[in-house]
Write a protein that binds this ligand. Structure first.
Ligand code: NAD
Length: 499
């Protein structure tokens, strides 16, 4: 069986802790590899080496660091198929979706090629008599990123590319569910010219995360994952004097107004609700039709589309809509929550509980589910299910629909489908959610904007990627300079001669 270790000082090394986690192939249900789980001592040693390598990297001018990113982009393009295959094999998502995962990370790397511009600072000429003032952006030193299983290429790249291009060393602690792609990314970074030791990939679980939070050399931590862990990491990291940004879970509502194009809305809901088996923090998990007539029409359009979804392994290529969920525990949790919805009285209009895929009996496939008449007191409404389960909450009015999205504890993404510009504008202005779509179901901002939710979907202030990433991974230093001004008076204009 394959054993996956860590990436330390420019090479793959085996773990020494003696602890491992299983890495499944979710399509077949087989354990295909074991991944080493680092001890505190292994993490601390990786950080010490990174700290030693960082000053030389930081001293390289930003344009040269940007060229490493430029080369990295071309290597990602060269290896796209290989990366996507490794990603699908461990995560389960379809190959086209795995390529999207790599591509959305690559786009942030492209944005980082603009580092010389983003790092050039500010200058005020003559802030006082003979005084100039300038602000520099300097690296924070060693930063760390702790990332989730659901985007094993994109989110590590969202973290490491801006951190590195700013002149930091970076410790990546990827998800132990799908560790292969992060290790491959580190290899490509080395091929692109990144000096050894500047990027360390340390695989692990809570022990290595705690070691990151307690390590005195690490000065910044970025986390993406579930909300309870995000909150713990934020609190412990801040208490230890680090700058910390943590992005958590979601429950994204899509409001469908009576005047919306209902075919378009139904198509959007199917893609956004069931794509990647619902394992996306920007998935739509709650449909909110406004008015009984809208609700009836929407359900009528949704049911045949959901029943026609093709669920299968990534090896079927373009011929599947979504694949298995990531682990047997994830599958069990989804089934438990579906049962809780049934028990609470929600109507299970599409029932995927008995779904079986011939030839893949041990795979972690979950059939699509659609609930109608869900109410806010139900567990399926309150909790993030992270599976192919869409809940419909019928709202009597636009205000009622808006209030639902506003009152939910999560605030990552939301969308409204309407032809009414007033309603769309009002929604975008008033809703207390970080990313809003207008007739766009998954409004993930592009690399040059920033990504982040509100409420319990985030802990910290700055967002991911875009200009905020350059703020998070640098410290501002402001210099006030006055130079002696007597030189002109004392100048000699005739050639000195012997008296
Ligand atoms: P997770 O919280 O289980 O794991 C995230 C990371 O934390 C992993 O690296 C994991 O090893 C580590 N971890 C797990 N348990 C820990 C513990 N007790 N102490 C310290 N570290 C621990 O999340 P996941 O299941 O990998 O990912 C899915 C979650 O991530 C969902 O809630 C999803 O909404 C969220 N997510 C959020 C965003 C966003 O930008 N807001 C993006 C993607 C995913």
């Amino acid at each position: 069986m394959d054993e996956l270790g860590h990436w330390i000082n420019g090479k793959r090394v085996a773990g020494t802790s003696g602890r491992f986690a299983d890495v499944w192939n979710p399509a077949t249900g087989e354990v295909q590899a074991k991944v080493a789980l680092a001890s505190k001592a292994e993490l601390d040693a990786a950080v010490a080496d990174a700290a030693a390598a960082q000053p030389e990297w930081a001293a390289m001018n930003p344009q040269r660091r940007a060229r490493v990113m430029m080369k990295f982009v071309s290597l990602l393009q060269r290896d796209m198929d290989k990366l996507a295959e490794a990603l699908s094999r461990e995560h389960g998502k379809t190959l086209p979706d795995a390529k999207g995962d790599v591509q959305r990370g690559l786009e942030v790397v492209e944005f980082c090629i603009g580092a010389p511009h983003h790092l050039k600072g500010e200058f005020t000429d003559s802030a006082g008599p003979g005084i100039d003032m300038y602000s520099m952006r300097q690296p924070i030193g060693v930063a760390a990123g702790i990332t989730p299983f659901n985007f094993p290429a994109m989110i590590p790249m969202w973290k490491m590319a801006p951190a590195l291009v700013c002149g930091n060393a970076f410790i990546l602690k990827p998800s132990e569910r799908d560790p292969s792609v992060p290790l491959m990314l580190a290899e490509l970074m080395q091929e692109a010219g990144l000096p050894d030791g500047v990027l360390q990939v340390v695989n692990g679980d809570k022990e290595s995360v705690d070691a990151i939070l307690d390590n005195e050399t690490i000065s910044g931590v970025g986390f993406v994952g579930s909300t309870p862990i995000a909150q713990n990491i934020y609190e412990r990291g801040c208490a230890n004097g680090k700058r910390v940004q943590c992005f958590g879970g979601a429950k994204n509502h899509m409001i469908v107004m009576p005047d919306a194009d209902h075919d378009q809305a139904a198509d959007a809901l199917v893609g956004a609700g069931y794509g990647a088996a619902g394992e996306r923090c920007m998935a739509i998990s709650v449909a909110v039709p406004v008015g009984e007539e809208t609700a009836d029409r929407l359900i009528e359009k949704l049911v045949p589309k959901i029943e026609a979804l093709k669920v299968g392994p990534y090896t079927s290529g373009d011929d599947v809509d979504y694949g298995p969920v990531v682990t047997p525990m994830a599958k069990e949790n989804i089934h438990r929550l579906v049962q809780s919805g049934v028990d609470a009285g929600a109507e299970l209009v599409v029932d995927g509980r008995d779904f079986k895929l011939q030839g893949y009996d041990d795979g972690f496939f979950v059939g699509p589910h659609l609930f109608d008449r869900v109410t806010p007191d139900m567990e399926i409404y309150q909790k993030e299910i992270f599976g192919p389960v869409l809940s419909t909450v019928r709202a009597g009015s636009y205000e009622e629909a808006l209030k639902l999205a506003m009152d939910h504890e999560y605030g990552n993404g939301t969308a409204i489908f309407t032809r009414d510009g007033d309603a769309a504008r009002d929604f975008a202005n008033r809703v207390n959610v970080g990313m809003v779509g207008i007739n766009v179901p998954i409004p993930v901002p592009l690399a040059y904007h920033t990504f982040g939710g509100w409420k319990k979907s985030v802990f910290g202030d700055l967002n991911q990627h875009g200009p905020d990433a350059f703020r998070f991974y640098t410290k501002t230093k402001t210099v006030t300079a006055r130079w002696p001004s007597g030189i002109k008076e004392g100048g000699e204009f005739t050639i000195p001669v012997m008296e």
